[in-house]
Write a protein that binds this ligand. Structure first.
Ligand SMILES: *[C@@H]1O[C@H](CO)[C@@H](O)[C@H](O)[C@H]1NC(C)=O
Ligand SMILES: *[C@@H]1O[C@H](CO)[C@@H](O)[C@H](O)[C@H]1NC(C)=O
Length: 465
């Protein structure tokens, strides 16, 4: 297995190199550049992991040990907890429907002599079906296999063959099919890396940890089932910025402005994003949207995440209290074990959703901008830090690494394999005590039951929940 994997890497690398030489001789732009849509960095939660780590485009197993290393030579990693989003997946049923409608409209009504439009109308066939409904794709399995191998290379003493064989690495997942498939792919990546063939690995399904948002009744009532909670998103959909994007797309297709709705715009963006994420293709759909349009659409998606999963409503972050406590319980247990001997659970890999990671990052105070994201401040938010294209692409991962150091245990955070400084702590890898002190209020409070219960006065549909 290991051999097959590495051979296919060599072959792929070789064919890329050859293709590059040919295209160079033919006077084309480099192949890898042509294969990436100019708007690929703005796909938000539908973005490819490689866009946040471009060095992986040429070598998916590349690890940068200069960037990611212990705080000092005297420190050794003793535990890691990784919270990972599932890999690349198919569109949901709702979005497949939107994509089909746009495709139909273009085939029937669009006319322009552009080559890309010819390609959409005559060469491109609609292959998405409603029953694909959010399932994982092969690329999504690879996302996790490769991530597992890179993490094993970064932390060889933790994700070691011995620790795997002795069940010192724990796997937890959300019950969703795409998450279960991801955790299995992650395990396969580790086995292949170590050449392990004779061990069956298991995982635990824990929705209270990985899909806490479904279990928080106050979130469901106040935000999820409440149209007004996402009012800013609706307002932005009818903004001048969005109208302009619709008109530009209508012009490119040469159809009346009234034919292109916000749904059609979204569908075009999705089609470009999915053809790229799933098949690595820079499809003709990408010609419908330029970079200026993509920034508007990226903002629309960020607005939604901000109000539904981020700082927009306090219950969004509070709904992740259980997961937050669980992570720090593991870390504290490891710290206690360090005092007396060795750590028993050396690694925990937990697979969930963008909707798992965003509230947790928000609870911990990351990516908080000075002004809230609203429908009217798109221009001022150009340099916002709350940017899902950077934080939660497919296979996004937040890793907590505990180090044993002479001066005491230290905690390092990594987001998508890059160091992430804790808000308001200047030390990039602070002592664990300092982190605990920093989050004291959350560690002692932030009670899921209290935060998520419905207040009697506002509980209009309690019996239905
Ligand atoms: C819905 O959201 C709005 C805006 O956040 C809020 O004022 C209102 O109380 C919410 N309604 C319910 C039933 O939770
Ligand atoms: C960081 O410090 C500022 C100023 O003291 C404070 O307003 C902010 O809430 C702090 N952020 C976090 C995440 O603790």
């Amino acid at each position: 297995m290991r051999d097959v994997l590495s051979k296919s890497f060599v072959l792929t690398a070789l064919s890329f190199a050859l293709a590059r030489v040919y295209s160079y001789l033919a006077g084309d732009a480099p192949v890898t550049a042509r294969r990436i849509p100019s708007i690929a960095a703005y796909f938000g939660t539908k973005g490819r992991y490689e866009e946040v780590n471009p060095h992986l485009i040429d070598n998916i197993l590349a690890v940068n040990k200069l960037l990611l290393k212990p705080p000092s030579a005297d420190c050794t990693a003793v535990h890691l907890t990784a919270i990972v989003r599932h890999g690349t997946r198919f569109p949901t049923k709702k979005n497949v429907k939107k994509m089909m409608e746009l495709h139909k409209l273009i085939k029937a009504e669009a006319s322009s002599p552009e080559r890309w439009l010819e390609d959409i109308k005559n060469k491109w066939a609609m292959w998405y079906t409603e029953d694909m409904d959010g399932q994982i794709v092969d690329k999504g399995r690879d996302d996790h296999k490769h991530l597992a191998v890179r993490l094993a290379n970064y932390f060889p003493s933790l994700l070691s063959e011995e620790n795997l064989r002795n069940n010192r690495v724990k796997f937890i997942t959300s019950s969703k099919h795409r998450c279960v498939e991801s955790v299995i792919a992650f395990q396969q990546g580790l086995f292949t890396h170590h050449g392990i063939k004779d061990v069956d690995f298991s995982h635990e399904v824990k929705d209270d940890l990985m899909r806490f948002f479904d279990h928080c009744r106050r979130f469901v009532e106040d935000v999820e089932n409440n149209r007004t909670a996402l009012m800013e998103v609706d307002l932005f959909k009818s903004s001048a910025e969005m109208k302009r994007v619709q008109e530009k797309i209508a012009d490119r297709l040469d159809v009346p402005y009234s034919r292109i709705t916000t749904d059609s715009v979204e569908a075009a963006f999705f089609l470009c994003a999915y053809e790229f994420a799933i098949k690595s293709e820079n499809s003709p759909w990408c010609e419908l949207i330029d970079e200026t349009d993509a920034l508007v659409l990226e903002y629309k998606n960020d607005l939604k995440q901000y109000w539904k999963r981020g700082y927009g409503h306090d219950i969004n972050r509070k709904s992740s209290c259980t997961l937050f406590h669980d992570i720090f319980r593991r870390l504290s247990e490891a710290v206690n074990e360090l005092r007396t001997g060795h750590v028993t659970e050396v690694a925990t890999v937990q697979v969930g959703h963008a909707e798992t990671l965003l509230p947790l990052l928000t609870l911990m105070g990351f990516f908080k901008d000075e002004t809230p994201l609203t429908s009217s401040n798109f221009p001022e938010q150009e340099r916002r830090t709350f940017r899902t294209s950077h934080t939660v692409p497919y296979a996004a991962n937040l890793v907590f690494v505990l180090y044993k150091c002479p001066e005491g245990p230290r905690l390092q955070l990594l987001l998508n394999e890059k160091p992430l400084a804790l808000p308001n702590i200047s030390d990039p890898v602070p002592l664990y005590d300092i982190v605990q002190e920093h989050y004291r209020d959350l560690l002692q409070g932030c009670n899921f039951q209290t935060e998520c219960e419905l207040k009697a006065s506002t509980c209009s549909k309690c019996s239905e929940l």
